[in-house]
Write a protein that binds this ligand. Structure first.
Ligand code: PLP
Length: 399
């Protein structure tokens, strides 16, 4: 038999993708399912961005680029970092890859040795623990209660740090909870980290444009400048510009780490797609009205969904401050009986019951936090209303 490497046996395929695949399968079989599992904008990539990709093809920009991305793209990224965070980063502190996901994977591959610990606050994005495991590290999961907005408290961070800690992974705005750390909260975490100079922070800010607060989103590099040399920020164009299929993300931070990521990239993918890079330049430097319009649309959808969900007895849902997900508490449904005589023992049972009633969602356990479920609002207002109605009906059937 073919022998698989231990690192592959340690990890699972992404459960979000698996749930979405199941919903698609049921739909293909003719079932009427509203898919609330999607992790990507339902909007189309803006036309000027598509045009830039087409123009790049026509102009013959169809060859290998530098490993760390084209100069115009890294300049556009540096300008965006300045715009968003007020910070200056030299071009060699920036690297570009085939999605934020690849950048995170390479950052871990470049820095995690066997047994190194990576602190991951839960609820977490499904990929973090498996990426750590795939790179021989040890995920250290720190549960963050709903009462504190699903956010990591400074005391909890301090407790989780050991001499083996290599990274803290912070994700704001968060997938799956939509939680956003404000400047004061980031500063408080920064103060703890000042005392532990061996700990680095991977700050995943890929949803930074999808934020419903007043003023500007605060990046960790802006809030905690004293530890800036130990922060690696991940971002990309997938979520802000509806470009998930273009596969383009970037990271910036410690030059030693960036060089190591470039080395790994030079021996694996060589560079991200030249066409996607040209399109990303257009996205980052062009008219930004798409970003503002979609932010408003997500906000409206959030308001509709939160109100409808909170009117369902037994469910409760905080209004998320960012991203396009709702993380709904379904503790009130545990122990209830289904019409077929089954019992709802956990959040997986609950989402299977929802699926029976025409709504696909992802169970909280996939994000390391139960009993909850995640609903994506990257879908039309009409679908959101219909899905919430179906969820209400499904809950009524439980006794
Ligand atoms: N980080 C988080 C929290 C995400 O939710 C995602 C996508 O789902 C990514 C990173 C990666 O996005 P991409 O690889 O498309 O840039």
């Amino acid at each position: 038999d073919f022998q698989l490497a231990a690192r592959v046996k340690r990890i699972q395929p992404s459960p979000s993708t698996a749930a979405a695949a199941k919903a698609r399968e049921m739909k293909a079989a003719g079932r009427d399912i509203i898919d609330m599992t999607v992790g990507e904008p339902d909007f189309d990539t803006p036309n000027p961005v598509k045009d830039a990709g087409i123009a790049a093809i026509r102009a013959g920009e169809t060859k290998y680029t530098p490993v760390n991305g084209t100069l115009p793209l890294r300049k556009a990224i540096a300008a965006r970092i300045k715009r968003q965070t007020g910070q200056d980063y030299p071009l060699d502190a920036i690297t570009v890859g085939g999605g934020g996901k690849q950048i995170i994977f390479l950052a871990l591959m470049a820095s995690v040795d066997e047994g190194a610990e990576v602190i991951i606050p839960a609820p977490y994005w499904v990929s973090y623990p498996d990426m750590v495991l795939a790179n021989d590290g040890q995920p250290v999961i720190v549960p963050c209660s709903e009462a504190y907005g699903f956010k990591l408290k400074p005391e909890a961070l301090e407790k989780a740090i050991t001499p083996k800690t290599r990274w803290l992974i912070l994700n704001s705005p968060s997938n799956p909870t939509g939680a956003v750390y404000d400047e004061i909260e980031l500063k408080a975490l920064g103060e703890i980290l000042e005392r532990h100079p061996h700990v680095y922070v991977l700050s995943d800010e890929i949803y930074d444009e999808i934020w419903f607060g007043e003023g500007r989103f605060t990046s960790l590099v802006e809030a905690a400048p004293l530890i800036r040399d130990r922060i690696f920020v991940v971002n990309g164009v997938s979520k802000s510009y509806a470009m998930t299929g273009w596969r383009l993300g970037y990271g910036f931070g410690p030059p030693l780490l960036v060089d190591a990521i470039n080395k790994l990239q030079s021996q694996s993918s060589s560079c991200p797609s030249s066409i996607s890079q040209a399109a990303a330049v257009a996205a980052l430097t062009g008219d930004q009205s798409f970003v503002a319009e979609t932010r408003l649309a997500y906000r409206r959808r959030r308001d509709i969904a939160v109100e409808m969900l909170n009117s369902i007895p037994g469910l409760s849902c905080r209004a998320p401050d960012g991203a396009f997900y709702l993380f709904v508490n379904c503790a009130g449904m545990m122990g209830k009986k289904t019409p077929h005589g089954g019992k709802i023992e956990n959040d997986l049972d609950f989402v299977l019951h929802l699926l029976d009633n025409g709504v696909a969602a992802i169970h909280g356990a996939a994000y390391g936090f139960s009993p909850y479920f995640r609903l994506s609002i990257a879908t039309s207002e009409a679908s959101i209303r219909e899905a919430c109605k179906r969820i209400a009906d499904a809950c009524k059937k439980l006794l």
